[in-house]
Design a protein around this ligand. Structure first.
Ligand SMILES: [Mg+2]
Length: 206
């Protein structure tokens, strides 16, 4: 199934490129405006190794993705996405990938983002998108929810989580210096996380 990775990486690159102006505007409003460029640099590095990734086990592919993002993306998000995938690699070791195992693997990845960023839900970050998605996946596999419905729920939670950042003040990162002036702006990291998750789901639906 890592055979899907080149398609997934390509779909993610497309959605980030298509929405780059909007996200950069958000980032200029509450950050330093480099989020999209950093992300595009990381995605470009992944696309260059996507054929190699497609012949690996999931654990090895997650590790390679994490190391590549960490060394190419830079910025806070490079280390956060890097540690997320490295944790997912460890959690995926010797496991078959299916919805049940992925829910746990993804959750381990999110836990490492929380630890590395010393952050949690409600702080106007990418975690406001990622945590509701991880929770939705875990609840749905525990309740044996149909695969298609599970994908729909992921999309709904990602969008809802992303939108929730609009009314939040930031307590982490550069946006925290703005205090209440950050209210009214969606967090750029929450937005790109939502775009990427929706792109992955779109590929999985095909
Ligand atoms: Mg930045």
């Amino acid at each position: 199934m890592t055979i899907l990775l080149p398609t997934i990486i390509n779909a993610i690159q497309n959605t980030i490129d298509e929405n780059s102006t909007e996200v950069t505007e958000l980032d200029k409003a509450i950050g330093d405006g480099d989020h999209v460029v950093n992300l595009q640099r990381g995605l470009d590095a992944l696309s260059q190794i996507s054929d190699e990734l497609s012949s690996m086990t999931w654990s090895a592919a997650f590790m390679k993705i994490g190391m590549t993002l960490m060394s190419t993306m830079g910025g806070a998000s490079g280390s956060l996405f890097g540690s997320m995938f490295i944790s997912m690699a460890k959690a995926a070791k010797d496991k078959e990938l299916n919805a049940i195992s992925f829910a746990e693997i993804f959750n381990q990845g999110i836990e490492s983002v929380k630890q590395r960023g010393k952050s949690d839900i409600g702080e106007k970050t990418m975690l406001d998108t990622l945590i509701p998605v991880a929770n939705s996946l875990q609840t749905d596999v525990a309740n044996n929810i149909d695969y298609h419905q599970m994908l729909e729920n992921i999309v709904r939670q990602a969008i809802k989580g992303m939108e929730s950042t609009k009314e939040l003040i930031a307590t982490k990162g550069r946006a925290s210096f703005l205090g209440e002036r950050a209210i009214g702006h969606i967090d750029p990291g929450a937005r790109t996380s939502q775009l990427m998750i929706c792109a992955v789901v779109a590929v999985l639906k095909q």
